[in-house]
Design a protein around this ligand. Structure first.
Ligand code: ATP
Length: 620
């Protein structure tokens, strides 16, 4: 067991060096300073009463006051130093958590077990308060127990040895009687601790699930301000609250029973202490009544003995909470060490100024875990250098999945994808992903400055940021912001931040892709949030946006395909047609249907008919 405790101490120490030392100094001073101050005050009093000459008295007084000032200041400094260390510890844990969440591969990130492990780790962290107190509490409780043992021994010595008229009240029989009461107390306390440990564990386990649910309601559902509008429009009757209450009530039913038992154990512990005090009173009281001890000693001795039992009970029940903290630390360490399936590839990606990178899909299929059908099925495709390829198809046809396979966010279930002849899985992942600048359909901006959002770096090339914003058609909007490119987006991290519209945000995401200057540019519905003029402008700048890169874009706006030299049409995970706009329009197939269905909205006749229908309805 001890070996295990040391493992946890070591973990705490590796998270934040010096914390154990600071904790130890603080604990020692916390225990010693009150005793030291009391002793010094005692000496001071003696000096005042015994010293007759004024000069040595003043010197003695000055020395005592100085000593008291020094030890109390030391104590204060150590308390502050420990407090700082605990903050540092908490920050480092948060850093490690964030680093793990951002460093694992996408597969692991989406892995159910990994997410469950994270939920357990974060609940444990929240539930136990923090891990560093684990060491501190063991230390404090041990010191308290040590002091209580010494104090009790000092007081008990004269009581045990005092001669009484009845022989059993002297020597070993009396000691044995004291030990018997203490032993019964320790035994019962230990039993209570074991029970309460079990209930603590149950309570902790139940709480992990409950915290997880409540987190969803409080942090994910009701707090993000993009959710505000949905809740106000679609939840006027507060069904969210009712839903949460239901979940809370179900959780309460589960927790209240175990909570009640846990507390019953604690109160039983208090009652036990009262009983033990009674036992001590009886035993020592009898000895006092026999005339062997002054009555005042009874109160003193029982006080010290009860204090000893209290320290013992605290030491043991702290052990119960320690177990919970150990489990929380185990969960956290498991999360940190969660085996990732790191990208295996190590081949460096050749740096080519001419951007001659050719990617080929060889009979690639992919199925999401648990799904019954392939999301991408037997796709063979060649991305020619400098080509502009559009991918079109109905919702759910597999377009985004195809892009994720290309980006190595997903790994093919079968088939291979090659870059310049080598399987892309064999390349160093970070270098490989640097080949792509992507604007995802659900792009994310961060609550950092515009410049950092565009450059994705804390040291942006400011001139290039402006160029990127110009290409994306959002430079004027940024110029009007209070701190221009240094303005934070959203007020999540900076109260002077600004909120941009959906379309403006999308333009900033496009600027980010341009800034990256990667050989491949991938745009998944890049203009979905843009107004027709902005969309027109983006396509006007399309040459500037794409330059000589290989461009792949997905769009439901069929008119956007005119910028593509090749169009791949997807249906049910397969590429069902491939060719230029003219070639595909000449074929009787899905492309022509999609194109005509959209174009039909814009024919003169259609607009006239719709308008007439609207007017008729209005006249009624
Ligand atoms: N994370 C996922 N887990 C399970 N199935 C998924 C997941 N993501 C997508 N799918 C399924 O894979 C299929 C293809 O989805 P994909 O997002 O690639 O389609 P898409 O053509 O990009 O659609 P859209 O035009 O609506 O964006 C869909 O049937 C979808 O339900």
């Amino acid at each position: 067991m001890m070996k295990k405790s040391f493992d946890y101490f070591r973990f705490i120490q590796t998270v934040s060096p010096w914390i154990l030392l600071r904790s130890t100094v603080n604990a020692l001073l916390s225990t010693a300073v009150p005793l030291l101050v009391a002793t010094l005050l005692g000496w001071l009093l003696n000096a005042v009463t015994q010293q007759t000459a004024l000069r040595p008295l003043i010197i003695q007084l000055a020395v005592f006051i100085l000593l008291i000032a020094v030890v109390t200041s030391l104590h204060l400094a150590s308390a502050v130093s420990y407090e700082v260390a605990t903050r540092d510890f908490e920050n480092r844990i948060n850093e490690r958590t964030t680093a793990k969440l951002t460093d694992v591969s996408n597969e692991t990130f989406n892995d159910r077990d990994f997410r469950a492990q994270y939920a357990a780790a974060s609940s444990g962290w929240m539930y136990t308060g923090s891990f560093h107190s684990y060491f501190n509490e063991i230390l404090m409780n041990s010191l308290n127990l040590g002091v209580a043992v010494i104090a009790a021994a000092v007081v008990l010595g004269p009581i045990v040895t005092a001669k009484a008229t009845q022989p059993w009240l002297t020597g070993w029989p009396f000691v044995l009687a004291l030990v018997a009461i203490t032993a019964v107390g320790i035994g019962l306390s230990y039993w209570l601790v074991l029970r309460s440990q079990r209930y603590q564990k149950q309570f902790y386990d139940v709480n992990i699930g409950v915290n997880d649910q409540m987190n969803y309601y409080l942090n994910d559902l009701t707090w993000p301000y993009e959710n505000g509008k949905h809740l106000r429009i679609y939840d006027p009757e507060d069904r969210t609250v009712a839903h949460m209450r239901q979940a809370q009530e179900a959780a309460n039913t589960k927790t209240s029973q175990v909570f009640f038992r846990m507390h019953a154990m604690m109160h039983a512990g208090d009652a036990l202490l009262v009983l033990l005090s009674g036992g001590f009173y009886l035993l020592i009281g009898i000895k006092a009544l026999s005339g062997a001890l002054p009555v005042g000693m009874v109160v003193l001795a029982v006080g010290y003995l009860t204090q000893l039992m209290r320290a013992l009970a605290a030491f043991m029940s702290q052990r119960a909470f320690q177990k919970t903290t150990e489990q929380a630390m185990d969960d956290y360490i498991k999360f940190l060490n969660y085996p990732d399936q790191p990208a295996t590839g190590s081949i460096p990606v050749e740096k080519r100024q001419d951007h001659k990178f050719e990617i080929v899909f060889h009979d690639v299929s992919f199925r999401y875990p648990g799904d019954k059908q392939d999301a991408v099925s037997h796709v063979s495709l060649r991305f020619k250098v400098g080509e502009r390829l559009a991918i079109v198809g109905r919702n759910g046809s597999g377009k985004t999945t195809l892009i994720k396979l290309l980006l190595r966010i997903l790994t093919p279930t079968s088939g291979t994808i090659t870059l310049n002849g080598f399987d892309i899985q064999k390349y160093n992942l970070a270098e490989y992903q640097q080949l792509f600048a992507t604007v995802f359909q659900d792009f994310q901006l961060f609550a950092f400055s515009v410049a950092e959002n565009v450059a994705v770096s804390p040291h942006p090339d400011r001139e290039r940021v402006w160029q990127a914003l110009t290409v994306a058609g959002v430079a004027d909007r940024v110029k009007a912001m209070p701190k221009q490119i240094d303005t934070a987006l959203t007020r999540n991290l900076d109260s002077g931040g600004v909120d941009v519209s959906g379309g403006e945000a999308q333009k900033i995401a496009i600027a980010r892709a341009w800034y990256k200057d990667a050989p491949f540019i991938i745009l998944d519905e890049p203009t979905a949030a843009l107004d027709p003029i902005s969309e027109y402008e983006i396509y006007q700048h399309f040459d500037q946006l794409v330059e000589d890169k290989t461009a792949i874009y997905i769009s439901h706006r069929m008119s956007a395909t005119r910028f593509a030299s090749q169009i791949a049409v997807m249906a049910a995970g397969q590429i069902v047609q491939m060719g230029s706009h003219e070639q595909l329009m000449a074929q009787d197939g899905l492309y022509r249907d999609l194109f005509n269905a959209q174009a039909a909205y814009y024919t003169e006749d259609k607009i006239k008919a719709e308008r007439a229908k609207g007017e008729a309805a209005f006249n009624i």
